[in-house]
Design a protein around this ligand. Structure first.
Ligand SMILES: Nc1ncnc2c1ncn2[C@@H]1O[C@H](COP(=O)(O)OP(=O)(O)OP(=O)(O)O)[C@@H](O)[C@H]1O
Length: 253
């Protein structure tokens, strides 16, 4: 595979956990590339290493061995503080299943938070937040608190907050896990529209084959390894059938 347009390269990434009486290999020499503008879905059986992978890509956890390269450059000390926090702030947006909004802040304050932390001037923050509120259709809810919003609206706020700093990479952990079918589709549309608007690369962990049909490519995990891959054809029915077949094969392993 050519490395042209590669945003992130993961090479021989391994992670082992040692507890008192157990040694668990959560990831075993995982290698893949993430291309600019690509949405990569990660599917796998329970305990296959998906969360471990996402945590390491987000520098929330350190690998036992292996490398992560950003635009071809190996980042030294990327898992050591304060480098890890700096790396996260500059490169990664997180979207979680549980939204993780600050309940005492309004919609616009939640979205503005990463820009405030970056120390941007107020006028620039206001302009960026307004653009984001327009993009995700929440202009009329700008002063509401999260508790006053539906689940889909809360996830829109969380997506806005993740993307407002235009990070090149977005990590999404079951972003529609708490939403019904129709709202999930709306949210996936928002994520794919925003990805195009900002030319971002997304890694999305999901159990749901419908979610994976929105991706450009799906990698399938089993026992800490990538065991299969599917390149989506942008034909929802055909992609759904193929992803389901591969996911069932995974469950039968
Ligand atoms: N902190 C930890 N200490 C010990 N073992 C761990 C730890 N975190 C994860 N593991 C183990 O590593 C393996 C991979 O776990 P991980 O959470 O990455 O799987 P997953 O694919 O995200 O699972 P699920 O779909 O159920 O969330 C599992 O065997 C798990 O028990």
């Amino acid at each position: 595979m050519s490395n042209r347009g590669t945003v992130m390269s993961v090479r021989n990434l391994s992670k082992s956990y040692h507890t008192k009486d157990q040694h668990v290999t959560a990831l075993s020499k995982v290698t893949f590339h993430l291309t600019k503008g690509e949405m990569l879905a990660v599917m796998g059986t329970s305990g296959s290493g998906k969360s471990t992978l996402l945590n390491i890509l987000g520098t929330l956890d350190e690998p036992t061995s292996g490398d992560i390269l950003l635009q071809g450059v190996k980042l030294e000390k990327m898992f050591i503080e304060p480098h890890a926090t700096k790396f996260r702030r500059e490169n990664i947006g997180f979207i979680f299943q549980s939204f993780q909004l600050l309940k005492d802040l309004s919609v616009e304050e939640n979205i503005a938070l990463p820009l405030v932390l970056k120390g941007l001037p107020n006028k620039e923050i206001r302009d960026k937040v307004n653009r984001m509120l327009e993009l995700v259709g929440l202009m009329h809810h700008r002063t509401h608190r999260p508790v006053e919003l539906s689940g889909g609206q809360q996830q829109r706020v969380a997506i806005s907050r993740a993307l407002i700093t235009s990070p090149p990479i977005v990590l999404a952990d079951e972003p529609t896990g708490n939403l019904d079918y129709n709202t999930s589709r709306e949210i996936l549309k928002v994520i794919t529209d925003m990805k195009q608007a900002f030319d971002q690369s997304i890694v999305i962990v999901t159990h749901d084959p419908m979610v994976a049909t929105y991706a450009d490519r799906v990698i399938f995990f089993h026992d800490g390894n990538i065991v299969d891959e599917y390149v989506c054809k942008c034909q929802q029915d055909e992609d759904m059938d193929q992803i389901l077949i591969k996911f069932r094969q995974l469950l039968e392993r």
